[in-house]
Design a protein around this ligand. Sequence first.
Ligand code: UT7
Length: 344
Amino acid sequence: MPSNTLSPPGPAAVLCGLAGWVPPRVVTNDELAARLDTDDTWIRTRTGIRSRHVAEPGQATSDLAVEAGRLALRSAGGAPADAVIVTTTTPDRPCPATAPVVATRLGLAGAAAFDVGAVCTGFVYGLATAAGLIAAGVARRVLLIGADTYSTIVDPLDRTNAIIFGDGAGAVVLRAGRPDEPGAVGHFDLGSDGTHEDLITVAAGGSRQRSTGGEPTHAERHFAMRGKEVYRHAVTRMAASARATLEQAGWKTDDVDHFVPHQANLRILHSVADDLGLPRERCVANVDAVGNTGAASIPLALADAAAGRRIRPGDRLLLTAFGGGLTWGSCLMTWPELPPHPHP
Ligand code: UT7
């Protein structure tokens, strides 16, 4: 009998490079409190954030992405990638995508290059996309960069959002390998619910607003979030997604050495850990120092934890994200041996 399988299962995507980059300028809670009706205690107790990094005027998402991408390629040994994915909510322009210019500036002109948009879930969606490219034999080595400059879309006078978000970029290199190798990413759970598209929005700049012809208002040009509702969805959706991924892999909660969630708000991360029955110490968090950096948050948290030797080779990781859309996603991996964290 001939086999119905057209081709054998393709290779797995194996993490072999990692780096984070944040713009040097640090904005503390006190600096925000000097111009907004807020204070350090409110921000720390409600979000766990102490400071965040902010891009300079003139600095765009691609500038951050190039810095993180260069370091990640160096960390992976310097070999070129044949595909570049940028995941972002703050592309340089509505058109074209940000990835091609990033690829070219990294010396990768000619590589496949495109953006993935899933708001703060973008990095996990990007990992699944990269894994798909590698499994299909379309690419052997993928550079995936999560980068966001929320400072360009958040109204600086909006105290609810200005305190949460920071700018940054995190990047990984994935190579074709075996599914049982340390560093192989898998057991993805991805989901969405568009009935709640209005919970996190930038109303203007897209075809919906442009089709009406009128000039957008100040509010429509800026990021808007219904924080309380988003908070509730974030906790329930992240916990459900994490569970679905663990079940798929046959892992128990106790098998997870490190839970690496999207850094939305420390209270959200702890609530999800509590819901899963994971000790809070296993939750990797750097939101205190960088805030919520959108699509960059998981790779930045990974880079910080790996640089601090908190995550070690052989450790088992659960990555879970949630964002506008609504979107959510999770996956699992065992941490590989990586070269020392590269410095700029
Ligand atoms: O990354 C994508 C997903 N995003 C998230 O997961 C974010 C989810 N949401 C949150 O993290 C939280 O909802 C926030 C941090 C945005 C807000 O925290 P909260 O505990 O939900 O506060 P709240 O919106 O219920 O506001 C409580 C009070 C309000 O005052 P009243 O109405 O009780 O008098 C707000 O006006 O706190 C007030 N408030 C502030 N006070 C001081 C709101 N922002 C501030 C502020 N400083 N910055």
